[in-house]
Design a binder for this molecule. Structure first.
Ligand code: PLP
Length: 453
C-alpha cells in the first residue's frame, strides 16, 4: 500500500508524509495539513472497540496513518505509555453521558493529543539525531499539556507563550513549575497576541535554522489522536446501526475536528454540536454564511476557548469542499447546507455558563467546570431545535473542575477536590519570563536566549 500523504488546505505546498507533517506543523504555504484521503474502518471493526481498552483503540485508529513511518510494536508501546489513565463515561440520564477527558497529568483533554504527539516527535527526531524547539501559544491548557508531555524528552525544548491575565493560577502553575527543557513566557496581552507572535516567528527567515515546530492544535499530530475517544465512546454506547450525538466545547476547533476525522473514517455521528463562548464567529458563520473573526477575542470563563479566529476552521471548511486561508478569508464557499445538516453551534455567554453549572449540579449532582458547561448548554440549545429520539449522546467534559476553583466556589459556595497529581505540581516554585505583546521582543529572545535541550 502506498504511503498516506498529507496536503495543505492552501493547496500551494507539496504533499508530505506523517513524519514531515508532524515535524513542520504548519505547511510552508501557511495552510494546515489534512490527509489526502481518510483511511476507513468498517462497522465491524468499530463495533469491536466496545470491549477493548482505550490504548488498544488508539493503536487501531492511528495505525493506518503511521504504517509507513512507525513499526506497529513501537506505536503500540507509545499508545500504552501515553494512555495510562482512565477515560470515564458517566451516565447522566437515559442515554445521555458525560465523557471525562480530564484524568491526564494536567487534567485537561489536551493531554490526549500532547502525550501522543510528544512520543511521535521524539521517535522521529531520535531516528535522525535532530533537535527541535517547540514554540507554542496557549490560552491556558495547551501550554501545560504540551510542557508536561515534552518535559525531559531528549532533543526537544519547549517555549510556551501565555497571556498572563487570561489563565487561572493553577493553569499557570502547571506549566511554570517544570523547568529543565521547558521555558514559559508570560505575555502582557491576549491569547490572540501570543498566537500572532508565534505565527510570525514561524514565518521569520532569520529563525529558519532554529528548527521551530508548533505543538498547537494546528499540528496534525495533535488532531489525529483526538479522533480516538469518539470511537471509544460510540463503540461503548451505540447499538448496531445507531449513530451518536456529540457535544464538544470549542475554541480553536481541534477537539471537534477530531470528531469530524472519526466521521471521515467511518464513525456514524447523528449530530456534532460545537458550542462556543462569546467568541461566536462560527455559529454566526453557520447561520449567515459570512465569516467574521472576533477581533479582539473576548474573555470569558471558559478561557481555553477564548479564540477569535479558530485556526482549525480552515480544515473544517476544506472537508466541506471550500477553502479558507489562514487569515480567515474564504476563497471558495464550503457546502453550507451539508454543514448545517451535520453540525450545530450556539454561543453560550458567561451568564448561561454559570446558570448551567448550578442547574446541572442541582438536577444531577454532576459538577461541570466552565468548558463542560458550555458543551452541556449547547447540547440543550440543540434539543430545542431537534430531537435526540432515544439515541446515545455524549457531552465532553474537557477539564477537571479543580482547575477553576474560584469560579466553582463563587457559583456553588464550596471548592472542588484537587486531584493529587495536580496538587503536587502546583506546590513547586514557579519560574517564568515576561514579555510585552511585541514580536520584536520574542524575536530577540529566540535569537539570544540559550536554552537547554
Ligand atoms: C483547549 C480547550 C478546549 C477547546 O478545544 P479546541 O480544540 O481549542 O476547540 C475546551 N476545553 C478545554 C478545557 C480546553 O483546554
Amino acid at each position: 500500500m502506498g504511503a498516506l500523504l498529507f496536503h495543505s488546505t492552501n493547496d500551494q505546498s507539496p504533499a508530505v508524509n506523517l513524519r514531515e507533517a508532524l515535524l513542520t506543523g504548519q505547511a510552508p504555504d501557511r495552510g494546515l495539513y489534512l490527509p489526502k484521503g481518510f483511511p476507513r474502518l468498517t462497522d465491524e471493526e468499530i463495533a469491536a472497540f466496545a470491549d477493548l481498552p482505550y490504548r488498544e483503540i488508539a493503536f487501531r485508529v492511528l495505525s493506518p496513518y503511521t504504517q509507513d513511518v512507525i513499526e506497529p510494536h513501537v506505536l503500540s508501546a507509545m499508545c500504552a505509555d501515553a494512555y495510562n489513565f482512565e477515560v470515564p463515561l458517566e451516565k447522566v440520564y437515559d442515554r445521555v453521558h458525560v465523557m471525562r477527558l480530564d484524568r491526564g497529568p494536567t487534567a485537561s483533554f489536551k493531554d490526549f493529543a500532547a502525550r501522543m504527539m510528544a512520543r511521535l516527535m521524539g521517535h522521529f527526531l531520535r531516528a535522525d539525531g535532530r533537535q527541535l524547539t517547540i514554540l507554542t501559544a496557549t490560552s491556558g491548557d495547551t501550554g501545560s499539556a504540551v510542557a508536561h508531555a515534552f518535559h525531559k524528552v531528549p532533543g526537544i525544548r519547549v517555549i510556551v507563550l501565555f497571556p498572563f491575565a487570561e489563565v487561572s493560577t493553577s493553569q499557570r502553575k502547571l506549566m511554570t513549575t517544570l523547568r529543565d527543557n521547558v521555558r514559559t513566557i508570560a505575555v502582557d496581552g491576549k491569547f490572540d497576541d501570543c498566537q500572532a507572535m508565534v505565527k510570525r516567528a514561524f514565518a521569520d527567515p532569520d529563525l529558519k535554522h532554529h528548527s521551530l515546530s508548533s505543538a498547537n492544535s494546528i499540528n496534525i499530530g495533535r488532531l489525529l489522536p483526538q479522533s480516538v475517544y469518539y470511537f471509544y465512546a460510540a463503540a461503548r454506547l451505540a447499538k448496531p446501526g445507531e449513530s451518536v450525538v456529540f457535544a464538544v466545547p470549542s475554541g480553536n476547533f481541534g477537539d471537534m475536528m477530531g470528531a469530524v476525522v472519526a466521521e471521515q473514517m467511518g464513525l456514524a455521528v447523528r449530530k456534532l454540536i460545537a458550542p462556543v463562548n462569546d467568541n461566536d464567529a462560527f455559529p454566526r458563520f453557520l447561520a449567515s454564511g459570512r465569516y467574521e473573526k472576533v477581533v479582539p477575542s473576548r474573555n470569558s470563563l471558559s478561557n481555553a476557548m477564548n479564540v477569535g479566529h479558530p485556526s482549525n476552521l480552515a480544515r473544517l471548511v476544506a472537508l466541506y469542499g471550500g477553502q479558507m486561508d489562514e487569515t480567515g478569508k474564504i476563497h471558495r464557499m464550503p457546502d453550507l447546507a451539508a454543514m448545517r445538516q451535520e453540525l450545530f453551534s450556539s454561543a453560550v455567554s458567561d451568564e448561561r455558563t454559570r446558570q448551567t453549572i448550578k442547574a446541572v449540579w442541582d438536577k444531577y449532582q454532576l459538577l461541570l467546570e466552565p468548558h463542560g458547561a458550555v458543551a452541556w448548554r449547547g447540547f440543550e440549545d440543540w434539543q430545542e431545535c431537534e430531537s435526540l429520539n432515544g439515541l446515545p449522546a455524549v457531552v465532553l467534559e474537557t477539564a477537571d473542575p479543580a482547575k477553576f476553583p474560584e469560579e466553582i466556589e463563587k457559583n456553588m459556595g464550596w471548592s472542588p477536590d484537587v486531584p493529587p497529581a495536580m496538587a503536587a505540581a502546583i506546590q513547586l516554585p514557579e519560574d517564568y519570563d515576561t514579555m510585552k505583546a511585541d514580536y520584536e521582543e520574542l524575536r530577540a529572545y529566540l535569537l539570544t536566549t540559550s536554552l537547554r535541550f
